[in-house]
Design a protein around this ligand. Structure first.
Ligand SMILES: *Cc1c(COP(=O)(O)O)cnc(C)c1O
Length: 377
């Protein structure tokens, strides 16, 4: 029998067997009653996970497509936005804005820290003409969760839109789209929603719709108005990624049958167990505001993170992710979101301890496993 393998990367995440089986069924046509029902159930179910009563659109693209949609649908050339840059994905908003001739006021946050809502408030005060604040729920590159609730209170009092990339955080970190005053929330399929890559989502508030009416940036495929019009007939303007939407419906049902808050609580305890294990082994967590979607761990002095990741993969079948950009070689990351369960978490901790010992790290064997077991055993 093939050795079990554990995909612990912050996207893609493991796709549970019952969801894979749904997607393996013969394809159906999308302009049918049968498909419309599936698409409607998937969308309405997903709204419960976002905690929104507003519009929610599904695009065929990776998550970045929805990030682009959140810019082209509400802004015009020469507009100014605030971009919170505390890692690779925050920076991406700035890159997309630049590509479309949108000016940015950057709030640079030390990697591994969460932005202070006070700084956002002051930046908004100093720039009353900004059209939006673009930020991230979980900055996956640094495994850091941001205080979206408090930032939302600040942005809500202004004319600016509040745009949040929840691609990795949704379903693992708390998120309340409507209550927290989020105007556009962005998500993708391959992280907390536990289906393969290929779908992206945007929630759209009433305040965002007013900005859509005046937006002059060029757009075609990602035009919100096209998706809104099509959804009246529970349809999509272009061919749906039928198979993925079938998977989404199943995934959303799985999450909602447990209750999204219970699912988040499960991931929170896995993340806590992993962090406790890391400390018991004698390592340290990178982030000052650790997310429950993913944990970044500082690699011990003198140890090569890439060699550790390779050993975990080849000898133990456990796939961790490395650090990105300036964290490359210094940090490794283990996800807790989506289909990642207790067993995955405990097995990865066991493998991590053995691999570290093999690489000469002097930890008390099994201290991490025992610490985690106390929380999720
Ligand atoms: C994964 C991720 C993205 C990028 O999504 P793609 O699907 O690769 O386009 C963007 N933002 C965050 C926070 C992510 O975790």
């Amino acid at each position: 029998m093939a050795k079990k393998s554990y995909l612990m990367t912050p996207g893609p995440t493991p796709v549970p067997e019952d969801i894979r089986n749904e997607m393996a069924k013969p394809i159906i046509h999308h302009r049918t009653k049968e498909y419309q029902t599936i698409f409607k159930d998937a969308t309405e179910g997903l709204k419960k996970i976002f905690k929104t009563k507003g519009d929610l659109f599904t695009f065929t693209s990776s998550g970045t497509g929805a990030m682009e949609a959140s810019i082209v649908n509400v802004l015009s050339p020469g507009d100014k936005i605030i971009v919170v840059r505390g890692g690779k994905f925050g920076e991406r908003f700035g890159d997309i804005a630049k590509a479309y001739g949108v000016n940015t006021v950057n709030i640079d946050v030390e990697w591994g820290s969460a932005p202070s809502p006070v700084i956002i408030k002051e930046t908004l005060k100093a720039n009353p003409d900004v059209k939006g604040v673009y930020t991230t729920l979980c900055e996956t590159s640094t495994a850091t969760v941001f205080d979206i609730k408090t930032i939302g209170e600040v942005v809500r009092a202004t004319n600016a839109l509040f745009v949040v990339d929840t691609i990795s955080g949704l379903g693992a970190d708390d998120f309340l789209n409507d209550e927290w005053g989020v105007d556009i929330a962005i998500c993708g399929s391959q992280k907390g929603l536990m289906i393969p890559p290929g779908l992206a989502f945007c929630s759209v508030s009433e305040k965002a719709w007013r900005a859509v009416e005046t937006s002059k940036l060029p757009k075609f495929y990602f035009n919100f108005k096209k998706y809104k019009k099509a959804y009246i007939d529970t349809d999509t303007p272009f061919t749906s990624a039928i198979t993925l939407v079938i998977g989404l419906k199943k995934a959303v049902e799985t999450i909602n049958s447990k209750g999204v808050d219970n699912v988040i609580a499960e991931h929170q305890s896995q993340a806590r167990a992993f962090r406790e294990a890391v400390k018991a082994i004698g390592l340290s967590v990178f982030s000052k505001s650790p997310s429950s979607a993913v944990t970044g761990v500082n690699t011990p002095e003198g140890m090569d993170a890439d060699a550790l990741i390779k050993l975990l993969k080849t000898e133990y079948g456990v796939t961790f992710a490395g650090g990105q950009e300036n964290l490359k070689g210094k940090v490794f990351r283990c996800a807790h979101m989506g289909g990642i369960d207790k067993e995955h978490t405990l097995e990865s901790i066991k493998a991590l301890e053995e691999a570290l010992l093999k690489m000469g790290w002097k930890c008390k064997s099994c201290a991490g496993f025992d610490a985690a077991k106390k929380i999720i055993g």
